[in-house]
Ligand binder design. Sequence first.
Ligand code: ATP
Length: 361
Amino acid sequence: MSIQIEGIRKSFGKTRVLHDIGLDIPSGQLVGLLGPSGSGKTTLLRIIAGLEQADGGRIGFNGTDVTGLHARERKVGFVFQHYALFRHMTVFDNIAFGLSIKPRKERPSAAEIRQKVGNLLEMVQLSHLADRFPSQLSGGQRQRIALARALAVEPQVLLLDEPFGALDAQVRKDLRRWLRRLHDELHFTSVFVTHDQEEALDVSDQVVVMSQGRIEQIGSPNTVWQHPASRFVLEFLGEVNRIEGRLDGGTFQVGKHRLALPVTGREQAHWYLRPHEISLAPQADDLHWLPVRVVDVNPRGALVHLELEPAGWPGEVLEAELPQHQATAIARGQALYLGSQGGRLYAGDSQITESKLALSA
Ligand SMILES: Nc1ncnc2c1ncn2[C@@H]1O[C@H](COP(=O)(O)OP(=O)(O)OP(=O)(O)O)[C@@H](O)[C@H]1O
């Protein structure tokens, strides 16, 4: 089932929380709504579900307007972070619930329900827990049961709001891989809310980055990561260092240090560098032009994580990441020169240049 979201607006009291949201979700996609707390993700999800009414705009399912339909009539499945299972019912009965309350004409027979719940339990790999009560399950098991319960009625749209938010990192990772696989097997359409960028990039076909009730960017995980559409997306997705300087007559100037750049204009600018985009050298050269001092060295698997302090220019501590073999000679307290062939330079809201800043210093 495809989902069309057109011109959705929503205010709570005088506060506008969604501004004219437009989004097309093709059938079978898993779409991650990603943004900081309060950006409007849950509100948008609830509007898609029919649990919340928008002030304006339209929601379509497969091109049919469902804006006026109640949540029940939209036939979507939900999994929420704290979507409590029914405490007094066994795992089996929880999963069977949606089928057993169907109107008599649509309700499967008891044998069919048993068969179906059995299949779902196998799918979530929890057949051995069918007779347990929710209080006897771990958090991860409960969420898998919640997912099985949502899928029992074969929704064509599944909405998930931070479904794994309360779980520890490893369980979370396992469950999202597993959700991805399930999604690929069953081909429903999912919208998934998260504020965890790694989670969104890991499972989504498309990521929708939201900020303050607006969509900042829509794209594949690769696109939003490699080509962030704005400073917000660049800063929100992953760690990034920001070096403040000034464009001045064909140079980017940081303190008394200068990098020659083929740009005109005189204004404040920021150079954004991801930790892995930083290159370091013991001596200044064409590429390495900014003096720094190493304040910390932390090996992390195949990479070494470094903290670098500006030496003689105004700025904050920078984070760099080097492959192990390039960092063997680097020690705390060492003076080095920083440069990069990557990074992005912004002045105001506009990006001056995307990469290849490495010109002569
Ligand atoms: N029922 C409500 N009444 C008043 N304000 C609300 C209501 N629901 C949400 N809000 C406000 O709307 C804004 C968006 O909230 P929403 O829950 O959609 O954000 P979110 O991106 O999902 O955040 P989080 O990641 O913290 O859940 C917030 O400022 C919130 O305080």
